[in-house]
Design a protein around this ligand. Structure first.
Ligand SMILES: [Zn+2]
Length: 341
């Protein structure tokens, strides 16, 4: 799904006769087959693999079974699919991602990932962030940008870009410092890998054990292709669906639980106190957003409330979830379908 910058960088590299490390990844994307929406004519069974970070709030096997049943019921109600989520394994995330045969350990992918990381502590990282914020401002337009970054309302584009970048940096630093049972969420290179959206993307694109991975962590490592709604959440991605030519439905996805299992205390102090049951419900709403991508092949939507296809515009996930449930998922129009993520 995050492809625009890979292609742009490949183009720039060609212009200055230098091979960019992501060339191979961009070429692989061009070879992917086109996707059609999954048929509703027969029941759909999706395999789920649960990967757990032991430092963070967890969901028990019973809790996960309850989540799967709620997702299945909502998928029938909102999308008309008969879905069965079948858990095929539960493993420690740290051990899974330490594997030498993980796809992100290959030389091509490792070079691309290193080149795509944005270290917001460095001058280059800060400049990369400003470039990225400016790109999203130009592509999405002022209205969407101001909705996602309300602090930029009425500003000229240049100061708006600087104000948005400062917000991304401060929210991201707060996310990286979230308390776990063993200190801050991100303290080491290993923690960075576990919380890196790009590492997860490579993992999901090559995943053969499952159609969806469920994990109790969150993805917060900044990279040079974050879309505007991810920027507005300080770099946080809570789930995604990506192409996977080896998977039965041509795609695979991940859903994270940290913003939901933490209840309102962790990410959303403006929400009224939540219950354990509502936390699971909110995670189910998030999963339905990803299933819209997976089953219907929907692209991203912007600028509506009460519609599950529009991602949460801030860290106020419970506000987002409650508006969707109150409206019983009403969208002004279905999102446009894509032929590749
Ligand atoms: Zn989405």
């Amino acid at each position: 799904m995050r492809r625009a910058l890979l292609v742009l960088l490949a183009g720039l590299a060609a212009a200055c006769s230098r091979r960019h490390p992501c060339d191979k990844v961009a070429q692989d994307y061009d070879k992917l087959p086109r996707l059609a929406p999954v048929s509703k004519a027969a029941p759909v069974t999706l395999r789920v693999l649960y990967l757990e970070d032991e430092r963070l709030p967890t969901l028990t096997a019973e809790g996960r079974a309850e989540l799967y049943r709620r997702v299945e019921a909502l998928t029938k109600r909102w999308y008309g699919y008969t879905l069965r989520l079948s858990e095929v394994g539960a493993r420690p995330l740290r051990i899974e991602f330490a594997g030498e045969r993980m796809p992100f350990a290959s030389p091509d992918q490792a070079a691309c990932l290193a080149a795509s990381r944005l270290d917001l502590e460095t001058k280059a990282g800060k400049e990369g962030l400003l470039y990225l914020v400016g790109r999203e401002y130009a592509v999405r337009g002022r209205e969407v940008f101001e909705r996602l970054f309300p602090e930029t309302k009425g500003m000229d584009p240049y100061p708006a870009r600087a104000a948005a970048a400062a917000k991304v940096r401060s929210v991201n630093a707060w996310l990286a410092g979230l308390e776990t049972k063993a200190g801050a969420l991100v303290r080491s290179e290993e923690d960075r890998r576990l919380t890196s959206t790009l590492h997860w993307m490579v993992y999901i694109r090559e995943q053969t054990d499952a159609d969806f991975v469920l994990t109790n962590t969150a993805m917060i490592e900044p990279d040079n292709d974050m879309p505007v709604y991810v920027l507005a959440r300080g770099g946080l991605t809570t789930g995604f669906v990506d192409n996977n030519p080896k998977a039965p439905y041509g795609a695979a996805g991940v859903v994270t639980l940290l913003p939901f299992l933490g209840g309102e205390r962790l990410f959303d102090p403006s929400a009224k106190p939540t219950t354990a049951s509502e936390n699971v419900d909110a995670a189910a709403t998030m999963w339905l957003h990803e299933l819209g991508h997976f089953l219907n092949r929907y692209g991203e939507m912007y600028g509506e409330t009460g519609c599950v296809h529009v991602a949460s515009e801030s860290l106020a996930y419970f506000k987002w979830h409650r508006a969707i449930r109150k409206a019983d998922n009403k969208c002004s129009a279905p999102p446009a379908a894509v032929s590749k993520f």
